[in-house]
Design a binder for this molecule. Structure first.
Ligand SMILES: *Cc1c(COP(=O)(O)O)cnc(C)c1O
Length: 425
């Protein structure tokens, strides 16, 4: 498509957008009396207007029924988590029995590593991306220490080449090959939180599979953002949070995926709790853990229903929009953002903004990270003053994520106008 840097053009794209009415389903934060340009759906997705009703229903059922709500609430609490696999399996690309919603992300990462990081004296290393999200780094660090290894020896980080911001897929595949005899696990992000780089999960999983190495992904920045086919890619396990692209509220519940070949293996090592126990006999409350032969077998506790209700409100919207339509719009929105930034750069004698997110279609999602040459936090603060909610990362990167459910092409255009104006000051 030939983009144009005009308001009329952006408005025309919005007019033609099949998903345009979805924006009305969300509360858009107000800044200086006006709807802001919200570009932080990658950090905390906006609140659906329906969420309050979903949560209120559960509060009402609790008020009127007390413990009976476990069986008689409008959405009975006991099997509440069973609502999700159908919808989530379409979002992450797997079978319903491979997914369950439980706990929070870092907790789940640890629980999954209990099952999928079982190092031996010779095969004990983990391959990951350099500068992964800090919580993931700490999880890996404490896991290798727990097994008696040192971080610097046991964790191999793949870095960008000199002078580059993103990690070449070739280098990742080569690192797996080079360390094939000592690797117990390949554990990568699906999308890097800083650069927005989408890692080529299919190729990474394929390489690890060929060499008999387990492979897992942290999909915090991928779930609800990019197309995923976890089952077909033969990924062993994955986890994600629900409060970023999945709009399920601050600190919302997390989801996990476990490939069917492992999920059905009730002998697989895990840390167990009663909610993962065989449903037929759970309430006989006998000794000796008997796992449910699906991803549900990893659940520990009964579900946090208020948070689950918020998740349900958000996923019902995803279901209606459909991942295919969301993907199409998402690509168009981020391509428009690339175009607008290129136009701004062209209007100055030297380019003032470096886009560090890959341009290649298979390596980007919603998020575009821009490095502001010669600009500091003051510049970012000025953007906020103009009604843009984006995200600043030291030393000089701004992360911008136009999301297809509620952002518009006009948001992207207006953002460009503000950026241009501030750069001219
Ligand atoms: C957001 C994010 C987290 C946050 O973890 P919580 O346990 O939900 O606080 C962890 N890892 C990655 C990659 C993230 O993007």
């Amino acid at each position: 498509m030939n983009f144009k840097n005009t308001l009329e053009f952006a408005q025309e794209l919005d007019e033609q957008d099949e998903l345009k009415h979805f924006r009305d389903l969300f509360y858009i934060p107000i800044v200086h009396g006006k709807e802001c340009i919200y570009f932080t759906g990658n950090s905390l997705g906006l609140q659906p207007k329906s969420t309050q009703d979903y949560v209120l229903n559960e509060l009402e059922d609790w008020a009127s029924m007390g413990v009976e709500g476990h069986f008689h609430a409008r959405n009975p609490w006991m099997p509440y988590h069973e609502i999700f696999p159908n919808q989530l399996s379409k979002i992450v690309g797997c079978l319903p029995n491979e997914v369950v919603v439980m706990n929070q992300l870092t907790v789940n990462l640890h629980l999954l590593m209990v099952s999928f990081y079982q190092p031996t004296k010779t095969k004990y290393k983990i391959l990951c991306e350099a500068k992964a999200f800090p919580s993931d780094q700490y999880a890996l660090e404490s896991q290798v220490k727990f097994h008696g290894f040192e971080y610097d020896d046991a964790v191999i980080e793949v870095s960008p080449r000199n002078g580059e911001h993103t990690i070449s897929t070739e280098d990742i595949l080569q690192a797996i090959e080079d360390n094939k005899d000592s690797l117990a696990l390949v554990m990568f992000g699906g999308v890097n939180y800083y650069t927005g780089q989408v890692f080529e999960m299919k190729q990474i999983a394929n390489k690890a599979n060929q060499l008999g190495i387990l492979v897992g992904f942290d999909l915090a920045h991928a779930a609800g953002n990019i197309e995923l086919h976890l089952h077909d890619w033969n990924v062993d396990f994955a986890c994600w949070c629900s409060y970023k692209y999945l709009n399920s509220g601050p600190g919302g519940v997390s989801g996990i995926y476990i490939h069917e070949k492992h999920a059905t293996n009730t002998d697989l090592q895990r840390f167990a709790g009663w909610w993962g126990y065989d449903k037929e006999t759970r309430f006989q409350m006998e000794k000796g853990f008997k796992a449910i032969p699906t991803a549900e077998g990893w659940q520990l506790s009964n579900a946090p229903i208020l948070s689950m209700a918020a998740h349900k409100a958000a996923l019902d919207i995803f279901e209606e929009a459909g991942m295919n339509r969301l993907q199409t719009k998402s690509k168009q929105l981020s391509n428009y953002l690339f175009f607008i930034i290129d136009e701004i750069n062209k209007s100055f004698t030297e380019s003032l903004i470096e886009i560090i997110t890959p341009r290649n279609e298979s390596e980007k999602g919603c998020q575009v990270s821009i490095l502001m040459k010669n600009k500091g936090k003051d510049f970012f603060n000025a953007l906020c003053q103009h009604g843009v909610i984006a995200d600043w990362r030291e030393p000089n990167v701004i992360r911008i994520a136009p999301v297809p459910l509620y952002n518009t092409f006009t948001d992207v255009f207006q953002f460009g106008k503000i950026l241009q104006h501030l750069l001219q000051l």
